[in-house]
Design a protein around this ligand. Sequence first.
Ligand code: AMP
Ligand code: ZN
Length: 462
Amino acid sequence: MGKPLSLYDNYTRSLRVFEPLDPGGEVGLYTCGPTVYDYQHIGNFRTFLFEDVLKRALRWNGYRVRHVMNITDVGHLVSDADTGEDKMEKGSRRTGKTAWEIAALYTEAFLAEMRLLNIEDPTILCRATDHIGEQIAFIAAIEANGFTYRTSDGIYFDTSKQPGYGHLARLDKEGLEAGKRVDLGEKRNPTDFALWKFSPEGEKRQMEWDSPWGRGFPGWHIECSAMAERYLGPWFDIHCGGEDHISVHHTNEIAQTEAKAGTRLANFWMHGYFLLMNDAKMAKSAGGFLRVASLVDEGYDPLAYRYLCLTGHYRSQLNFTWDALAAAQTGLERMRQGFHALPREALAQADAALVERFGDELNDDLNVPRALAVAWEALRGDRPPAVRRATLAKLDEVLGLGLEAWTPKAVEVPDAVRALAEARAAARKAKQWAEADRLRGELATAGWEMEDRADGYALKRK
Ligand code: AMP
Ligand code: ZN
């Protein structure tokens, strides 16, 4: 028997043994999805990769997973303080497309890049704009319970009415009150947030709806409380997102659900720590950022990025460098080639001891870097080759590197290079060593290396 699955829960700030709320049933998992006003950067994908590994780890432990992910296509304002423009309307101005068009475009791009990284699709992918009715009903329930007030620009959540507000982030409410900023506007407390925003007077927004309070659009946080409840109920197993969500977005999701249903929404709150670049946070709003497509443009396999993310623990920040990506690509290539050099035998079983050790590392709060080391051991150890292959194939169910599906690409050799190689082979046969060396030099200049073999030769790119 291996170790039970333990996960770090940020709500209780402790490592807890995971027990599903519904024994024998499905695990409910909600992960905050992308805001589709632009492409997702590789930092965002680090969080989605962590969530994908979590989901696979749950399955490794024998659970079925009902995974819900939202698409934020309205209401996420440029500033987390509920001010500034809606990111979607801003994206619309930037691109000259409608807010609806850019939402469709970037949702598709997001899904395509997820698949390049072998990230499984969620069970349910839900758009905020398809759930306006649920969000309005949710706000009405919070209002009926006495947690809201109205300002000239919207309906706000009064955080002072909720004694436990901010527990997830261990917010120091007194400290915040004391330091009240002058720009509080009509908000009563610095931590209050918008549930519904009115469309600006005399202005027609591209995305707006009628509500009991007036025409407008939902605040950013309400969509997750409303859609999580719709698909998983108000009390489910695990809620995830990036570390930036702890202090505002998730804190407010909890506040809303507590005000309506009296639960803290999820039993476990887990967060992926940031990808940094040059030791600074990678952010869309900061302008230049890297996409999965940018890595492909530089000649990298998207799965090399997946491999790179597997080498870091999800609760530590990871600094991206091109050198680290190149090393990850080399590691991935070696693992693929090593795997395919091993024979596949239908009857070969995975090695039970290695599988258990892998599971123990995984169950230790997803210690994937160490689980990856066990995969290397499986590849290189002295067990029978077919067992090594079967073991690695089993471990790859969690690593998701697609080892089985990978096929070595046939190298395309240009005709001129092929002709040089043929000439050199002929020279060698005729024992014209000087000519053979000269031709090897020409091949090298063209960027190719020729390896002599007993049965002929092989060509490799240098
Ligand atoms: P967004 O599209 O901004 O709503 O973000 C999508 C997901 O990516 C959220 O879970 C964020 O917390 C996460 N995220 C944003 N920036 C980073 C980063 N630099 N590294 C890792 N995760 C991030
Ligand atoms: Zn969310």
